[in-house]
Write a protein that binds this ligand. Structure first.
Ligand code: SF4
Length: 383
């Protein structure tokens, strides 16, 4: 019988859509139809949101990670973030809650003021850049990647650490090795993010890759990464590798598996305060409620939240239950799979299309290296 420990996460990520307004018009952006909207969260609403979060997580010992997202969050003036910092100080410090702020940016608007903001308010940042393809463009349709590369070099010069997020699509998949080599040479970390959400039907038809194409691209990068003597963070490969090492060293029993009802890991807060799980963002029937007006406790005792939890559990039940990596891999990946990530097999059965084959591949690589030996329970399982 499989035994699992109780799920509890040390931190909670809040993806805050402070505004959907953006100076770019990247073709695959899932906010595409709203990028011209200048509406932003008001400070009064941000204060209410913080108070609801503080009320819920008081005495939890958890760290709140606020990821300021858009649109382009650096189009909001620095003084606005200073006022947000004051609110955080008042609300979270008083409640004894630790917090951090990070930034997801297109890095096209780097000035002395934004540099000051990056240094003063944000504890970490990710820069969106695809390196190849022409889908990241200005409002006028002009490619912006050379400008972003120059701005990344400036950040590096200033000693500011950051990671790169590359949307993996049909346009750059042939160049994954070159992308890896570029970030390795410059010492940036990398997250390869296959297209996982759309703004409208048909938007990603020419761009999105199949699960098999993504796995092939990931294995090509893994081969370079594993044979390199540089220390470089590459996600999601390092997550998969952690799970495999856990399995080979600790076995499959006694790990904490993902349980949304016990503890959510990531929330998305829309500009209007609507709260979603990462799997269901912007799908109104599964909106938990409004975080500007409603407490988390009230939302989580409602029927919609019960449905959201049931659907996540069902996805895990269908895919993780018979997976030999379940336990070392918490199942979060399938629990929070977006609609685009819910791959099905020829019989229309839900399958874990990327993480599971990647775990299998990395396990084979590690076993072949001789560093690890096959665990006892894996041998019993095969028999
Ligand atoms: S099915 Fe996928 S998400 Fe679930 S445990 Fe296996 S690898 Fe992890």
């Amino acid at each position: 019988m499989t035994t699992h420990a109780l799920w509890s996460t040390p931190s909670v990520d809040w993806v805050i859509k402070i505004s959907r307004y953006c100076n770019l018009r990247c073709h695959y952006c899932y906010e595409f139809e709203h990028l011209g909207e200048k509406a932003r969260m008001s400070l009064a609403d941000i204060e209410k949101m913080f108070r609801h979060i503080a009320l819920h997580y008081r005495n939890s010992g958890k760290v709140m990670n606020f990821v300021w997202h858009g649109g382009e969050p650096l189009l909001i003036e620095a003084d606005y973030y200073r006022q947000i910092a004051r609110l955080q100080q008042q609300i979270f410090v008083c409640a004894g809650i630790e917090y951090r702020n990070s930034l997801q940016t297109n890095l096209t608007t780097l000035t002395q003021t934004t540099l000051g903001l990056i240094n003063g308010f944000f504890h970490g940042m990710s820069v969106s850049i695809d390196f190849f393809g022409d889908h990241r463009v200005s409002r006028a349709g002009r490619p912006i990647e050379d400008l972003v590369k120059r701005n990344m070099a400036r950040l590096k010069q200033e000693g500011i650490r950051f990671g790169c997020i590359s949307v993996l699509s049909r346009s750059n998949v042939e160049h994954v090795e070159d992308i890896y080599r570029y970030v390795a040479e410059h010492g940036y970390s990398l997250r390869l993010l296959p297209i996982y959400r759309k703004a409208f039907s048909g938007q990603q038809d020419q761009l999105a890759l199949s699960a098999e194409e993504i796995v092939t691209a990931f294995t090509r990068v893994a081969d370079l990464w594993l044979s390199s003597d540089r220390v470089l963070r590459v996600r999601p490969l390092e997550d998969y590798l952690t799970h495999v090492v856990r399995k080979l060293t600790l076995g499959t029993q006694g790990h904490a598996v993902y349980d949304k009802r016990m503890d959510e890991v990531v929330y998305i807060v829309g500009t209007d305060g609507s709260l979603y799980s990462i799997a269901d963002a912007y799908f109104e029937p599964l909106c938990h409620g409004n975080l500007f007006t409603t407490s988390l406790q009230e939302m989580q005792s409602g029927a919609v939240y019960a449905r959201v939890v049931a659907q996540a559990r069902e996805r895990m039940h269908k895919t993780c239950q018979h997976c030999e990596f379940h336990g070392p891999c918490s199942g979060f990946i399938m629990g929070e799979a977006t609609e685009e990530e819910r791959y099905v097999d020829a019989d229309e059965q839900l399958r874990c299309g990327i993480a599971r084959p990647m775990h299998e591949y990395l396990e084979r690589r590690l076993l072949a290296s001789g560093v690890f030996s096959a665990p006892v329970q894996a041998a019993a399982h095969v028999r």
